[in-house]
Design a protein around this ligand. Structure first.
Ligand SMILES: Cc1cc2nc3c(=O)[nH]c(=O)nc-3n(C[C@H](O)[C@H](O)[C@H](O)COP(=O)(O)OP(=O)(O)OC[C@H]3O[C@@H](n4cnc5c(N)ncnc54)[C@H](O)[C@@H]3O)c2cc1C
Ligand SMILES: NC(=O)c1ccc[n+]([C@@H]2O[C@H](COP(=O)([O-])OP(=O)(O)OC[C@H]3O[C@@H](n4cnc5c(N)ncnc54)[C@H](O)[C@@H]3O)[C@@H](O)[C@H]2O)c1
Length: 500
């Protein structure tokens, strides 16, 4: 029933018609507060269907949200620049000689240029061309179905809050004296910090640490957690950490910055109590996200908040039945595609009597380090918690021909398979991979997982040799052949005698 617009691909959309059926009691059919990944998905889809849509953004530059302005797009552009530099250095083993060093201003210019390309279809004028009204300013509630922006009030049948999240600040003594970055100012770097201290080993800390190390910074990473990427499989993240250590990053896990002695010196204390001094020129803080709700004046709309989170039901509906949440502000998984997924659920529920709940059982994410870490479906903890029986495949890449030619024999794929059902069908319940381009390699596994396909869909597929994704089939073939018992082998021998 609904069309989810692929706005990031720059499709031009014009409403096929403006709806003739107006709910004149309200100025708009829908108001969306926040024009990031979630808000744009909802607003553009509703606009395409001819509904009267008002989108609210703090400013024109804020359209595109964190993903375009301070998140995915600048970080992936930075990673691309760093990867190019890394590959050039790698080519020295084949006789190429390199001179010179990275010009960070050129890297920053590249990042800005990529953002501007996307901004051509993520800005107020473009949205208005699509027939969507845009109000620029901080939006807040003044009633159950009414908001105010810059002194003007607007009403709508439904309102969606898609206001995102903000970086958690590091609050330790002396922090006010250091050169402090988080994702909101990091991508405008004017100079390359010679020594960069990164706090936090989540996806931001890991992706940016590697990129900056490859661009020439001496990177030290300090993280509370005992390991990197706490939401991914430990065995897989250990492979990544080993690779990054080889590239020159120093890790301090189970540790925190207790205080800064000077603008260039931090005291790092391990959970054992041992303290160590770390010297740096700049600090990048990536210790998670906060949801800021004060400015929305939610009380005016009867929207309840618990533990600084908007109270919602499984359908992303707040305690005000006309108001919904979408994206990071929902306080669930915080990714651009999670925000798009929320938008799909809301759009479905706006138009269908068969309402969908938010369920993350088939969700996936990728950390864009090199190698990438890709995770999808249910992990071991979730399977055990739900008492689901499973078989675990732990497949190494050491004998994979493509891993040999392209030098990534360290790769690893973990898959969780269901038990056979009554007709002998086995499904992929979840998995994780660490390898170059793992995010692309697992796509067929994600399809099998989300569509409930049998593992035979992978087993029977003909893969061109030597595509990297043959590893998915290799894991299943290896497991099936190891499972051949004496009886099965005997039957095969008999069949061979009889039929050949
Ligand atoms: C460095 C970094 C890298 C990332 N990389 C990835 C990645 O590779 N892949 C991925 O899937 N995710 C990634 N993410 C996460 C992703 O950026 C977010 O999950 C996503 O942008 C959230 O979208 P959203 O629509 O919920 O919120 P946002 O994109 O934050 O949009 C919210 C918008 O609402 C506006 N707003 C807030 N309050 C108001 C108000 N009262 N009135 C008007 N406007 C308001 C804000 O200014 C903002 O423009 C990354 C994040 C960071 C920080
Ligand atoms: N590739 C991607 O999809 C991608 C990339 C970047 C960000 N994101 C999204 O953005 C979110 C935020 O990323 P993030 O990396 O900031 O957060 P995170 O919550 O994922 O990780 C925070 C890290 O900081 C550590 N930490 C917390 N407090 C600390 C302290 N005081 N001292 C030292 N370490 C501390 C934690 O142990 C953890 O390692 C992610 O959860 C993800 O949803 C996604």
């Amino acid at each position: 029933m609904f069309i989810l617009l692929e706005y990031r691909q720059g499709n031009r959309v014009r409403p096929a018609y403006r709806n003739s059926y107006h709910m004149d009691q309200y100025q708009y059919d829908i108001i969306v507060i926040g024009c990031g990944s979630g808000g744009l998905s909802i607003g553009l889809s509703m606009g395409t269907m001819g509904f009267r849509v008002l989108m609210v953004s703090r400013s024109d530059r804020d359209i595109g949200g964190e993903c375009l302005n301070d998140g995915c797009v600048p970080s992936k552009s930075l990673i691309y620049a760093a990867k190019s530099a890394h590959h050039a250095k790698q080519a020295q083993q084949f006789g190429l000689s390199l001179t010179g060093s990275i010009d960070i201003e050129k890297v920053t210019a590249y990042i800005t240029n990529r953002q501007e390309k996307i901004r051509t279809h993520e800005n107020a004028a473009w949205l208005r061309e699509q027939g969507i009204d845009v109000a620029l300013g901080e939006g807040f509630f003044v009633g159950k179905r009414e908001i105010e922006v810059n002194g003007t009030r607007y009403t709508a049948k439904k309102i969606v809050i898609a206001t995102g999240s903000s970086p958690t600040k590091l609050r330790v003594p002396g922090v006010e004296n250091v050169t402090y970055y988080d994702n909101e100012n990091f991508f405008e770097l004017a100079t390359l910090p010679k020594r960069l201290l990164v706090v936090g080993a989540g996806p931001i800390g890991m992706e940016i640490s590697q990129a900056m190390c490859r661009l020439g910074s001496d990177v030290t990473l300090v993280s509370h957690g005992k390991r990197a990427l706490p939401h991914d499989d430990e065995k897989v993240t250990a492979v990544l950490v080993k690779r990054l250590e080889k590239e020159g990053i120093t890790f301090h896990f189970g540790a925190e910055v207790s205080h800064f002695i000077s603008p260039n010196e931090a005291v790092v204390v391990r959970s054992s109590g041992n303290a160590q001094h770390v010297h740096f020129d700049a600090v990048l803080v990536a210790v998670g996200r906060e949801i800021r709700l004060e400015s929305l004046r939610l009380k005016n709309a009867g929207i309840a908040v618990t533990d600084n989170k908007i109270k919602t039901d499984a359908y992303l509906r707040t305690t005000n039945k006309h108001v919904f949440v979408c994206g990071d502000v929902a306080g669930s998984l915080q990714f651009s595609h999670a925000a798009e997924f929320h938008a799909r659920i809301l759009l479905n529920n706006f138009f269908s009597p068969f309402r969908k709940k938010l369920r993350n059982d088939h969700f996936s994410w990728v950390t864009f380090t090199d190698p990438e870490v890709a995770t999808f479906g249910l992990n071991e903890e979730a399977l055990n918690a739900r008492n689901i029986s499973y078989t675990k495949l732990d497949h190494r890449f050491k004998d994979d021909d493509r891993a040999v030619t392209d030098d990534y024999q360290y790769g690893r794929l973990i898959l969780y398979l269901s038990s056979k059902n009554l007709v002998g069908k086995q499904r992929i319940l979840g998995g994780t991979m660490v390898a170059p381009n793992a995010g692309e390699l697992v796509q067929e596994l994600i399809l099998a997982n989300s569509q409930g396909l049998s593992i035979n869909a992978i087993f029977n597929k003909i893969y061109p040799y030597p595509t990297a994704s043959r590893i998915n089939q290799a894991a299943i073939i290896k497991w099936k052949s190891e499972g051949l018992g004496p009886l099965a082998k005997r039957l095969l021998h008999i069949a061979y005698k009889v039929f050949s």
